[in-house]
Design a protein around this ligand. Sequence first.
Ligand SMILES: [Zn+2]
Length: 289
Amino acid sequence: YVLGLPPPDIAFPEEDTEQVNVNNLPTIYRAIWETARKHDVDDAITRRVVAMFAYDVDLSKRISAGDSIEILQTAPDGSGRSELLYVALKTGSTSRELYRFRTDEGSVDFYDPEGETGKRFLTRRPVKGGGRLVSRFGYRVHPIFKTRKLHTGSDFAAPLGTPIYAAGDGVVERAQWVSGYGKYVQLKHVNGIETAYGHMSRIADGLEPGMPVRQGQIIGYVGSTGNSTGNHLHYEIRVNGRPVDPLSVKLPRDKALPPQYEASFTQTVTQVRELMQRPAIPALVVAQR
Ligand SMILES: [Zn+2]
């Protein structure tokens, strides 16, 4: 796939319209995997697609009628590998499109039509698989103390030992037992932002205050230490020391395409959109008797 030239070997996904039983709809996560498998999309590409949307989309939500995913990839090369060129996910009333773009220096990333990466400065659900949201940020009756108080984070249930990731690049501030939180890690990020992770069964080996961490690095494992009634991650985001709702706080995007690429990126977007408007190549039918 060379920018500015007609792509030679584009594989069109087959028509992907399916009748679904609306009473028992799968989660977005499962639907993406099932759809991809059904259409022989390489697992590596599916993982990449899921990771790209995980920053932004609540993948544990159930799909609704009309939700769709479109994937454009190159035809497999000699070793059977395909390259993802474009992916669009439509859920409810929102739709997200990401286009592959390669800069002159050769770095490849996926950008939305405005030239921003789908990546976020912080992950909203920093646990492997995203967990199951069991308690939101906000006032609630505490499950143990039965008093009404502010729940300062989001709780994601996940099996014991599920990896917990650093939500963003930062530095470890605390990695220790903290009353109530149990085994606890606190990270400091830029702009006065901190993230905190509670009730871990185990803190990652060697994690110590002052240590730099990268987004996605494993910092610990899900457990039920401290005041907890079951295995889950209690996840907090604090802005200047004040806890905010991790699922709704507006977070800055991580990075955007440098302005000098605007014209060629716009061309890429136009090209892909034209391709996607064409009808899918009909399956070759050979009548044999
Ligand atoms: Zn909690």
